[in-house]
Every structure is written in structure tokens, then in C-alpha cells.
Design a protein. Structure first.
Length: 92
């Protein structure tokens, strides 16, 4: 649903985790504002992959990993890295 909202209006966002199951997290976000007739709810599911599974998915999609880092400071990827930052390219 597309709604026009006035610019500059303060909106409150209340996230609520619905389920955590292995590598997925399902949650909703409820948006409310003083000028709104009703709140709006958005549902999302995030899936977290390890580096090996991510590499497999990328390969099957026809992409090649060019570089991987363990965080946004470009430190090496390790088993305890907080993130998997991946730079990929399509083979020529």
C-alpha cells in the first residue's frame, strides 16, 4: 500500500521479534505518527548465512567472489567475524 505522508512529521518505529529459528529472524515493525489515522505494520524475515553457504549461492548464481572481509574496516574474514562483507563480480 502506498501512502503519502507529510514531510517533517515524527514517526515512531517499534520493532518486535516474532521468531528466531536457526539462521532466520522474523520480525515486524509498527510505524505510528501523531498525524496518522492508524499505524502501519511491516513484516520481514532475515536469513543469515555462513561464508561457505553464501559462496555456494553466489556460485550457483554465476558470480565469483572477488574479496571477502570480516567487517566494514576490511579486516580478514574469520569464524568469529561479526560480518561477511563480500565483493563479487560476474565472470567475463
Amino acid at each position: 500500500m502506498s501512502c503519502m505522508r507529510p514531510a517533517g512529521v515524527v514517526v515512531r518505529n517499534e520493532p518486535q521479534v516474532q521468531m528466531v529459528d536457526g539462521s532466520t529472524v522474523r520480525f515486524t515493525q509498527t510505524f505510528t505518527g501523531p498525524a496518522w489515522d492508524r499505524s502501519e505494520v511491516s513484516g520481514s524475515t532475515l536469513r543469515f548465512l555462513d561464508a561457505s553457504l553464501l559462496g555456494s549461492f553466489l556460485s550457483r548464481a554465476g558470480l565469483e567472489i572477488e574479496q571477502q572481509f570480516g567487517d566494514w574496516a576490511r579486516r580478514p574474514l574469520t569464524d568469529t567475524s561479526p560480518d561477511i562483507i563480500t565483493i563479487v563480480r560476474r565472470p567475463v
